[in-house]
Design a protein around this ligand. Structure first.
Ligand code: NAD
Length: 457
């Protein structure tokens, strides 16, 4: 959980320098924001669908116009490579553009019944509280803000204390784009105060939470006191499954990005690489060479592929996974300090219970495991409490589909390490979450279904 203080010191993790200090919001700020959001809901819900669409479209255009400065801010605050940050900001603009198309398509059904007809409506819920993590601050905020506003809700967003800057910029952009006061507010403050208050507040209808499974469980329990609607996008321990019949060069070229992207601080990180035993030596040789060649360093350099970790404390946690239960088989490079650097590292486990095999690492450590045949690959991949993501590498199309159907995970890719797209549903099975973000399905999680019977006599 976040520390509690009167102000938030925002740090550049690649230099350890303070970027800025912000006042920290507390419980009373959360109460005021919810009251404003509740008042704003009364008008926003009645703004015509066409006008809501126009404003959302303008937000998307403004994000696109300010993409470079937003990406630079994100890169500096999170320590992520500028090329990644630019891609994420592009996705934010696309997310607003996509959901700008939805207010006018939020249609219900007509259902003929004896004696009359039933009509259904997708109604907005009211005030939505969004609580987001520090790893993809602006992108994840947009995945909640855009569909929630499109459906006619108002939003109070609490970004992570470590990386609140681009969310604050998004609030400014939205106001300049014509979003009425109070419809979208950002409150930077600790989860234990602002986050908890949003979760317990009787006037908040729904919580959209993205973060750790540990905090997600607590939110789930607290939200039940007011029967709040909750969507949870939580942790993962995803598998990258490489069959011997795969294009090994392609699989080995993609594997570093699949686990070391965002310095491994990615809920979708494929941190378990399962390789069919007969292909292990070849794959490991190719993969290790690619890891050694990774460019780790200054996030502002366009050629950089991996930046630092978010804090010194987080780096210690990641380092703790390199224990007696693991053997290092390959390691890339990382600059000396300042900055919270950690070289991309490949390990093999010395025991099946190694923490690197069972726990979410959330850092640049990949654990490579052998398997024999399809059945064992599926069994190892599913042997986790999580079920977020994963990849399958094979040239056999029927096998790809068979394995994909058998995996207990919500967001998979075949012969690719990328499965998160604006137009497709994203989310997890098991303890990786409840509900889906993105795509058309996300709107169901920001609306209530109303059924009205009309007697026609
Ligand atoms: P976190 O759970 O520590 O914090 C997430 C947010 O919750 C922050 O804004 C934090 O201030 C707030 N919070 C903390 N305690 C709270 C409480 N008691 N009540 C309400 N809010 C509270 O997670 P993190 O360290 O910021 O992010 C890393 C975790 O997030 C990883 O486990 C990662 O897998 C997960 N994650 C999941 C997804 C996904 O889409 N599934 C995406 C990104 C990150």
């Amino acid at each position: 959980m976040d520390p509690v203080a009167d102000s938030i010191e925002v740090i550049d993790p690649s230099t350890e320098q303070v970027i800025t200090r912000l006042p920290a919001a507390g419980v009373e700020h959360a109460d005021r924001a919810v009251a404003r959001a509740k008042a704003a809901f009364a008008t926003w819900r009645n703004v015509t669908a066409g006008d809501r669409a126009t404003i959302l479209r303008r937000v998307g255009v403004a994000v696109e116009e300010q993409a470079v400065s937003l990406a630079q801010l994100e890169s500096r605050n999170v320590g992520k490579p500028i090329s990644d940050a630019l891609g994420e900001v592009g996705m934010v603009a696309a997310t607003f553009a996509y959901y700008a198309g939805s207010p006018e398509r939020l249609t219900g059904k007509t259902i003929p019944v004896p004696g009359g007809v039933n009509v259904t409506f997708k109604e907005p819920m009211g005030v939505v509280g969004l609580i987001t993590p520090w790893n993809f601050p602006l992108a994840i905020a947009s995945w909640g803000v855009a569909p929630a506003l499109a459906a006619g809700n108002t939003v109070v967003l609490k970004p992570a204390q470590l990386t609140p800057l681009t969310a604050i910029e998004l609030e400014r952009i939205a106001l300049e784009a014509g979003l009425p006061e109070g419809v979208f507010q950002v409150l930077a403050g600790p989860g234990s105060l602002v986050g908890e208050r949003l979760v317990e507040h009787p006037d908040v209808a729904k919580i959209g939470f993205t973060g750790s499974t540990e905090v997600g469980k607590r939110i789930s329990i607290r939200a039940s006191e007011t029967i709040k609607r909750v969507t949870l996008e939580l942790g993962g321990k995803s598998a990258n499954i490489v069959f011997a019949d795969a294009d090994l060069e392609q699989a080995a070229a993609a594997a570093p990005g699949a686990v070391f992207g965002n310095a491994g601080q990615d809920c979708c990180a494929r941190s378990r690489i399962l390789v069919e035993r007969s292909a292990m030596d070849d794959f490991l040789g190719l993969f290790s060479a690619n890891v050694a060649a990774m460019k780790v360093g200054d996030p502002m350099d366009k050629a950089t592929e991996m930046g630092p970790l978010i804090t010194a404390e987080h780096r210690s946690k990641v380092a703790s996974f390199m224990d007696d239960d693991t053997t290092v088989v390959a390691r890339g490079t990382a600059p000396d300090g300042p900055g919270f650097w950690f070289a991309p590292t490949v390990v093999t486990p010395n025991s099946p219970g190694a923490r690197a095999v069972t726990e979410e690492i959330f850092g640049p450590i990949a654990c490579v495991l052998p398997f024999d045949g399809e059945e064992e690959a599926i069994s190892i991949a599913n042997d986790t409490v999580y079920g977020l993501s994963g990849s399958i590498w094979t040239e056999n199309g029927a096998r790809a589909l068979r394995v994909a159907r058998a995996l207990e995970a919500g967001t998979l890719s075949v012969n690719s390490n990328w499965s998160v797209r604006v137009a497709t549903p994203y989310g997890g099975f098991k303890q990786s979450g409840i509900g889906r973000a993105l795509g058309p399905d996300a709107l169901d999680y920001y609306t209530e279904l109303k059924n009205v019977y009309i007697a026609t006599g």
